[in-house]
Ligand binder design. Structure first.
Ligand code: HEM
Length: 461
């Protein structure tokens, strides 16, 4: 294997914990399986094999409609080409929205709230009315979400820094921390509750709803993250509580708006449609923020801590020269993409990816995690290199018109969190007892991470 193909690099000497997986570590193409239980423990051994031998892999019968196939794309250029062109490669959610749009509009015309069966969520109902096409998708982002979780996220800088410090205060005197439950998980929860304007006391409820929302991405089966009917039903029940909760918040904030995103949504005049937003639409936006904004940033922070433990010299380098923090965070998100892959695009015509023909109507699984370590796109792709140019060119937030709308706030959270961690900690290492077991599903992150550290001499706030 050439150096650039070595999956274990990224400055790491840690052996992946294969004991946690019932699957055999892939050594040849026939062993590669990205989706069965335990596959997470072997993803980064599978990618070099796929890149070398089968960068476009067909999954027979697993397309969007009956009789169609799925295709896994692992090459950087292929994935970038797909996400930049929503006309040739239709987002699946767009097709789902087109299917319900008429029923939703009809219900509103009659003055009813649209009542649609699960798995149609509040989020899809709001997509059907607020952003059913590419032009409105852009307007939705620019007018409604950018001011809060996109470029406008800097307004939350103080909140984020304060939240990071509060969490660190709880364990800085201890020399040890379970980093997932005591930092990486609660930080995005506290921040998002503050952004949306939900009381801090409601965090336990918000956490439970967040868990229900991401359930398909954690416990779903195969590349389409399918949940069995009984789990979907249970999920729908929990999410009804969330809907009722947000509606109450909306009613209160319509009366007495504060400086938060839900209040803003109750007041804003949506220029693109020349009207105010309905309650159900605001619920849908809150749902999308919760679905996209919690665990993803948790995994980013947790994997960054591991990269620092794997390479103490890197930790010292970034600690001493903070201009290197941004390149580090972008490299970390590249080599350890929190959202490893999503099956979210359909081919609208026959397409060629290299020498593979993908027929119209196929479902594409975009393997962002693999595209980010494609040796055709990156020299020594598994290495964290702080001088890689251009910074942040990875696929972790996708690219093109549908790039993650929350990338701004996630990057800000990561950066302010590490500013405070680096200020207050001068040595970071794995504590004994780590199993490095990844959580199931399509996201990359370990369930726990026990760390030990030396607090900086002046580690007070
Ligand atoms: C490291 C953290 C994050 C990662 C890796 C991530 C990744 C992604 C990816 C890959 C997509 C799919 C884009 C596409 O289809 O082309 C996406 C969509 C989305 N993300 Fe994020 N995201 C993160 C953080 C956030 C945050 C903090 C929020 C909100 C506060 C958010 C909200 C969303 C939403 C609402 C969508 C769906 C947009 C649509 O309707 O198509 N994400 N994200």
């Amino acid at each position: 294997m050439a150096d650039s193909d070595r999956p274990k690099a990224a400055g790491s000497d840690k052996t992946p914990n294969h004991a946690e997986s019932g699957m055999r570590c892939p050594v040849e193409l026939g062993d590669v399986d990205l989706f069965s239980p335990g596959a997470q423990e072997h993803w980064y051994e599978a990618y070099p094999i796929l890149h070398r031998e089968e960068p476009v892999r067909r999954i027979p019968g697993e397309g969007f409609g009956r009789g169609s196939d799925g295709f896994i794309l692992t090459r950087y250029e292929d994935i970038a080409r797909v996400v930049k062109d929503p006309v040739r490669f239709r987002p699946t959610v767009q097709l789902a929205v087109e299917a319900i749009r008429e029923a939703v509009e009809r219900a509103y015309e009659k003055g009813d709230e649209p009542a649609l069966p699960p798995p149609v969520t509040a989020m899809m109902v709001s997509m059907a009315t607020l952003r059913p096409d590419d032009a409105l998708y852009r307007a939705h982002k620019l007018e409604l979400t950018d001011p809060w979780v996109g470029p406008g996220a800097t307004r939350h800088s103080e909140t984020i820094t304060r939240a990071a410090d509060e969490l660190i205060d709880a364990w800085i005197g201890r020399g040890r921390v379970e980093f997932v439950s005591e930092f990486a998980r609660p930080l995005p929860q506290i921040v998002l509750a503050a952004v949306l304007g939900f009381p801090r006391a409601d965090l336990p409820k918000l956490e439970a709803w967040g868990v229900a929302m991401v359930e398909p991405f954690v416990h779903g089966r195969g590349h389409r993250n399918l949940l069995p009917a009984e789990r979907l039903e249970a999920q729908a029940g929990v999410l009804e509580e969330f809907t009722a909760y947000v509606r109450e918040q909306v009613a209160a904030k319509r009366q007495e708006p504060a400086d938060d995103m839900i209040s803003f949504l109750t007041q804003v005049h949506y220029q693109a449609l020349d009207r105010k937003l309905r309650d159900a639409e605001i619920v849908g936006i809150a749902y999308a923020m919760m679905l996209g904004g919690l665990e993803t940033t948790q995994y980013a922070l947790e994997e960054q801590a591991q990269l620092f433990c794997d390479d103490p010299a890197l930790f010292r380098e970034v600690r001493e020269d903070r201009t290197k923090l941004r390149p580090f965070l972008e490299e970390a998100m590249r080599v350890r993409a929190p959202t490893q892959g999503l099956s979210t695009r359909i081919t609208t015509r026959d397409e060629s990816f290299g020498d593979v023909t993908v027929p119209a109507g196929s479902l594409l699984h975009l393997r962002f995690g693999a595209g980010n370590v494609d040796p055709e796109a990156y020299e020594c792709p598994y290495e964290v290199r702080l001088d890689r140019k251009p910074v942040g060119r990875h696929l972790t937030f996708s690219q093109g018109p549908r790039t993650c709308p929350g990338a701004g706030i996630s990057r800000l959270e990561q950066s302010l969190a590490w500013e405070r961690l680096l200020d207050r900690i001068e040595r970071l290492a794995y504590a004994p007892g780590n199993r490095f077991q990844h959580q199931p599903g399509i996201m990359l992150g370990t369930l726990e991470l026990h760390l030990e550290f030396d607090a900086a001499e002046d580690s007070s706030v």
